[in-house]
Design a protein around this ligand. Structure first.
Ligand code: FEO
Length: 392
């Protein structure tokens, strides 16, 4: 039997650990993930969110280790995506007197997702039930999302906000090594595209006393130092995530583009810029996830491709799509490439980067194999890019 984990005087974690999860919304989850749900034994009994459908048995066992599940008075749906709502129908069959609490949009979404009517109780921003206050959080990360704040114990049930993906039965963030690396990877994919909404959400949280942050994925945060670091990291990543760092990414077939990429990286490193290099011809899922987080933090991005049938390499196109998600207009770009009888990839990449608002330095496109002079030129372009990074 799976057991609940007590996280405060009256709150229990009753979620599920998905040790086999490896791909979550395109984010690599090399150490699995969690679907968090919380049971609150207050004047009445509340369940905050449920779990992905296939984990219902585990979820029910954890709830049953504390109470008889039929006693639940309210199921609160902070978010209707099925990693959290997937067991709502099952739990409401057992807790058949319970109301389903959600926003007006949440009601619409849940009705459509399950093609079913529930006994809804809709709430708006700042509405309260007993000691629970609801905070609408549009685009964090769906339009209907809300957070729930427990006033008597200062616990923020933050939904996807402040989440991470790792399956670790120790549950608490202060017990998990390198926990911020999981948070960063998750933020880059899920929240950087909605940075404006994160800032709106953080504003709403100002002035709240928060003793515990209990998100819908990953560890529960209970130390003031970690909570402060977490909120500060979200604020920084949402406004100005860039640091003195460059990402060089490229794809090619016969090694010419790789030589150019490495010369540019050498030029960058010669001025002590942190450089990450990605060969996009054969990336694993975890490398794509790391790339997303690195792109977010890099002030300079150098992107290269050989010309393949008159176009850029397909995985370079994918990388550009990821770059677009994270709003890169404060970054400085350099485009490079190689070609056989006719070019084209460099121009195509330049156009995409200009449309994203990057500030570009002069590109370089080299026919066949770069010679020594051309390698030197690439090194100098790397240096030029590094100088621009240091100027700002
Ligand atoms: Fe974890 Fe947006 O669902």
């Amino acid at each position: 039997m799976k057991k609940a984990v007590k996280i405060s005087d009256s709150v229990y974690w009753v979620g599920a650990l998905d040790y086999n999860l490896r791909n979550f919304h395109g984010i690599a989850a090399p150490e699995g993930g969690t679907y968090n749900s919380y049971l609150i034994l207050n004047e009445e009994i509340f369940l905050i969110d449920t779990v992905k459908h296939e984990f219902f048995k585990e979820h029910l066992e954890r709830i049953s280790s504390v109470i008889n599940p039929s006693e639940i008075d309210y199921v609160i749906s902070n978010h209707s995506e099925i990693d959290h709502s997937g067991s709502i129908q099952e739990i409401l069959k057992i807790a058949n007197k319970a109301k389903l609490v959600t926003t007006e949009k949440g009601k619409k979404y849940l009705s459509k997702i399950f093609n079913s009517e529930f006994s809804f109780l809709t709430v708006k921003d700042n509405d309260e039930i007993k000691n629970l206050k609801f905070i609408e959080a549009p685009m964090l990360h769906w339009p209907e999302t809300m957070m729930t704040y427990m006033k008597n114990e200062n616990i923020l049930f933050s939904c996807d906000l402040f989440g991470a993906q790792i399956a670790d039965s120790r549950i608490f963030a202060d017990l998990i090594p390198n926990v911020m690396s999981y948070v960063k990877r998750y933020y880059a994919f899920i929240f950087r595209p909605f940075a404006y909404a994160v800032l709106n959400g953080l504003k709403k949280l100002e002035g709240l006393n928060i003793n515990i942050i209990a998100p819908s994925h990953g560890p529960v945060w209970r130390t003031q130092a970690q909570i402060k670091d977490l909120i500060n990291a979200y604020a920084k990543w949402s406004v100005n995530p860039e640091k003195e760092k460059a990402v060089v990414l490229y794809a090619g077939i016969w090694g010419a583009t790789r030589k150019i990429a490495e010369a540019i990286a050498d030029g960058l490193s010669s001025l002590n810029i942190e450089v990450k290099i990605y060969d996009l011809t054969n990336l694993t899922l975890i490398q794509w996830s790391d790339l997303m987080a690195d792109l977010m933090e890099a002030k300079a991005i150098a992107i290269g491709s050989n010309t393949l049938i008159g176009q850029m390499f397909p995985t370079v196109k994918t990388a550009l799509q990821l770059l677009k998600y994270i709003n890169p207009k404060e970054k400085i770009g350099l485009v490079f490439g190689s070609y056989g009888w006719v070019g084209g990839a460099v121009k195509a990449i330049e156009n995409e980067l200009k449309n994203m608002g990057l500030n570009l330095i002069d590109s370089i496109e080299i026919q066949f194999n770069p010679n020594e002079n051309e390698i030197e030129k690439c090194f100098k372009l790397g240096e030029e890019l590094a100088k621009k990074v240091k100027e700002v």
